[in-house]
Design a protein around this ligand. Structure first.
Ligand code: ZN
Length: 438
């Protein structure tokens, strides 16, 4: 029994392509696309009434652990530079996380993502007082809501050797769990915080772990100038050289931000063919600067860095910030970043995401956006950036199953979950406030 979506504006982003037509879905995949498609007995037929249908969107760099941070109490003093933002805000939050709040954060983050048409997240998790099994908690929450995930644990040396070992072990455990068992729903990467909280020995262990599993390292790179300055002060070398020497520039790696790489470092990252995750809202929020995204010759994808999973808004901000910087990014370049998010997750999950074509995953967003002006393959990016938004997401199918139907979540009683989340957030915030910062 399949699903037929007919009378739809099929809007592909990889590459941009707009056609009026229909899709037939069966067995978790798209099986047919055309002006009209065949129907089989028992198929559910949905009239999209001329609305835009998109592939499920992908968040290339997420921090689900921040989902219960909305409105949390301010830090004991206003943070100045980037490192203080981490010390006073995010490193207090991650230390306060326990199993209950990790799972609830992931569940709320997943619900928020679903409502934005984001069906896959590449998450980067940290909970230094609850490391072992934390990625399973996130997987369970994502699976319950119905999303896909590429997960990793943020290895760091900021909690000593025991914390480092536990982080590495959680990555290894999770990679082993999915290694050689392609379920196409979840996969692992090797997670690492950033050069400025990682010792040389740890970098070597991260590279070794990635090599063991034929995967890459997902880490923050040159998000703020402090990463480069720390590297030169503590290791007497440029950051890019330290990463090259540690064998972290592998094609499977994901480098988030790359805000402060110079043209030579950008050339080396480009040559490695790894994927850069651009997070414009986070970069503006932390006032760390703007990466030269148009200079990279390797894939640049789009992530939110923990500010929800609304890829419509992230794409708009990528565009507006690039204009403000006179960075030479085109509207199709912004859509291309979304396409690269889907491609990177596709590679990790061994499935085709981000395309409305036969054999691709049936991860589909049905909007109620009915354009008031002509919509073509050539101006899709203009509609996406200037008119469409998460508010147009009406229904979402993941792996061929309805997960959001006419704005109602299928998996759970959403109001009840959100009420419970409020209680969990209150306790989490209390624990966080008790953590000293001096
Ligand atoms: Zn991040």
């Amino acid at each position: 029994m399949g699903i037929v979506l007919e009378n739809a504006i099929l809007a592909d982003i990889d590459p941009p392509r707009v056609e009026f037509g229909s899709l037939r879905i069966d067995g978790g995949r798209i099986v047919e696309r055309g002006k009209s498609v065949s129907r089989e007995l028992g198929d559910e037929v949905v009239d999209c009434a001329g609305a835009v249908v998109l592939p499920g969107l992908v968040n290339g760099h997420a921090h689900l652990y921040s989902a219960l941070a909305t409105g949390m109490p301010p830090p004991p003093r206003a943070p100045g530079e980037f490192r203080e933002i981490l010390e006073l805000v995010w490193w207090r939050l991650d230390q306060a996380l326990d199993a209950e709040s990790i799972e609830m954060s992931a569940r709320i983050g997943a619900l928020d993502a679903l409502r934005c048409g984001t069906t896959t997240l590449s998450d980067h998790h940290a909970s230094p007082n609850c490391i072992g099994g934390s990625l399973d908690l996130i997987e369970e929450a994502l699976a319950e809501v119905g999303l896909r995930g590429v997960l990793c644990y943020e290895t760091t040396d900021r909690h000593g050797p025991d914390g480092r070992e536990a982080g590495l072990e959680e990555n290894r455990r999770y990679l082993e769990k999915h290694y050689g068992r392609p379920g196409n729903r979840f996969a692992g990467l090797v997670g690492a915080h950033a050069s400025f909280t990682l010792e040389d020995e740890t970098l070597g262990q991260l590279a070794g772990l990635a090599a063991d599993f034929g995967t890459g390292v997902h880490m923050h790179v040159a998000e703020d100038l402090c990463d480069e300055e720390d590297c030169q002060a503590r290791h007497q070398q440029f950051l890019i050289d330290r990463l090259v020497n540690a064998r972290l520039l592998m094609p499977e790696s994901v480098f988030a931000h790359c805000t402060h790489l110079d043209p030579e470092a950008i050339a080396r990252v480009s040559q490695a063919g790894l994927t850069v995750a651009h997070n414009p809202r986070s970069n503006m929020n932390n006032a760390v600067g703007y990466p030269l995204v148009a200079s990279f010759r390797c894939p640049v994808m789009l992530g939110t860095d923990g500010i929800g999973s609304d890829m419509f808004t992230e794409a708009k901000c990528a565009w507006f910030k690039s204009r403000d910087e006179r960075a030479g990014v085109t509207p199709n370049g912004v859509l291309g970043m979304l396409a690269h998010s889907a491609r990177r997750a596709s590679a990790a999950l061994d499935i085709t995401l981000g395309k409305l074509e036969p054999d691709a995953a049936a991860d589909i967003v049905i909007t109620d956006y009915r354009p008031s002006t002509p919509l073509t393959s050539h101006n899709l990016a203009g509609h996406f950036i200037f008119a469409m938004g998460a508010n147009h997401v009406a229904s979402v199918i993941v792996n061929g199953e309805w997960k959001l139907r006419e704005r109602v979540v299928a998996a759970c009683d959403e109001p009840t979950v959100r009420r419970c989340a409020g209680d969990v957030a209150q306790v989490l915030w209390s624990r966080m406030e008790a953590i000293r910062t001096d």
